[in-house]
Design a protein around this ligand. Structure first.
Ligand SMILES: [Zn+2]
Length: 315
């Protein structure tokens, strides 16, 4: 089962109050519902490919309205071989649609956006997001290369309202228009975690956060290793430069012409080309001197060497 399916299954097992059930069902019907006229009768079909969502929608409808929905199963011919589940309401469809704030009362006119009448308590808006995720949501497995959660919806006004609802909860959501409709998405790992928390997917959230923490840890270890490597490279190239300078002095003036302190450090460097400045300081016969003192001596050597190079160029 995909990570998205696991989350959806979890979401359909939550116990919620009547007001929240209504908000959740409203999102499901608005996003996955279609109305059609058959033999002068209005049919409301709500479709899903997810069996737990289908069962859940059936239960929600039964618990909120005195109707007997039909359940139809169709096989998708093209694309995937998945079943498509259709929950069909053939009685009082218009009343239900207006109670769910999708259609205006006694009319077939669609209400734009998301009606605030759906939100009776602080949990209703979370329930609406849960319904929206069940209807058109998916999320990348936390192991995958990038974090991505999206909810696809047909109407732009609804997507914009959904995005706003999410951003009222500081989820950093954005909307983009794609072929399949309008897509509200979240790209930040911690915000996806917050979204899963808000809609009540707690076991999946734990998995998501565990993987995320592991991934972040791996990244910072990598960063650390890269950093160490960079430092090491810096040490090596500095040492190579020092040796180059010392060799030049040795070949031209001879090391014995150097002041005692500089000669000492030069000789030890030639003997230990791969140690860093601090270690080199400890190796000196005159007793340990600090890294910056060693660095100071190498700067002097550098000056002498570049003097030789200048003279060489000039002559
Ligand atoms: Zn509620």
């Amino acid at each position: 089962m995909s990570y998205t399916s696991v989350i959806k299954k979890e979401l359909t097992q939550l116990e919620t109050d009547v007001c929240c059930k209504r908000a959740e069902l409203s999102a499901l019907v608005r996003m996955n519902g279609t109305i059609q006229l058959q033999n002068r009768k209005v049919l409301l079909d709500i479709t899903t490919e997810n069996p737990s969502t289908a069962r859940h929608m059936f239960t929600l409808i039964k618990s909120l309205y005195a109707v007997q929905p039909e359940v139809l199963v169709r096989r998708k011919i093209r694309l995937k071989k998945n079943h498509v589940f259709v929950i069909r309401i053939s009685e009082t469809a218009n009343d239900i649609l207006s109670d769910l704030c999708i259609l205006k009362k006694d009319s077939w006119e669609r209400i734009e956006g998301i009606s605030t009448h759906l939100f009776r308590d602080e949990f209703c808006s979370r329930a609406y997001l849960r319904g929206a995720f069940l209807a058109g949501g998916s999320v990348n497995n936390p192991d995958s290369a990038s974090y991505h959660l999206e909810i696809v919806s047909t109407y732009d006004d609804h997507s914009i309202a959904l995005c706003k609802l999410m951003n009222d909860m500081y989820l950093h959501a954005k909307v983009i228009e794609r072929k399949k409709g309008y897509v509200v998405y979240i790209k930040e790992g911690d915000k996806i975690g917050e979204f899963l928390n808000i809609i009540g997917a707690h076991p999946s959230l734990l998995k998501f956060e565990n993987v995320r923490i592991m991934k972040d840890m791996r990244n910072s270890v990598n960063r650390l290793v890269n950093c160490e490597t960079a430092n090491l490279n810096k040490t090596i190239s500095a040492a190579m430069r020092q040796i180059e300078n010392i060799r030049l002095i040795e070949e031209t003036m001879g090391l014995e012409t150097l002041p005692e302190k500089l000669r000492e450090v030069a000789v030890v460097r030639l003997q230990h080309p791969d140690v860093n400045l601090a270690e080199l300081g400890q190796l000196l016969a005159t007793g340990g001197i600090s890294k910056s003192a060693v660095n100071h001596r190498f700067r002097k050597i550098e000056q002498i060497a570049s003097g030789i190079r200048d003279r060489h160029k000039g002559g």
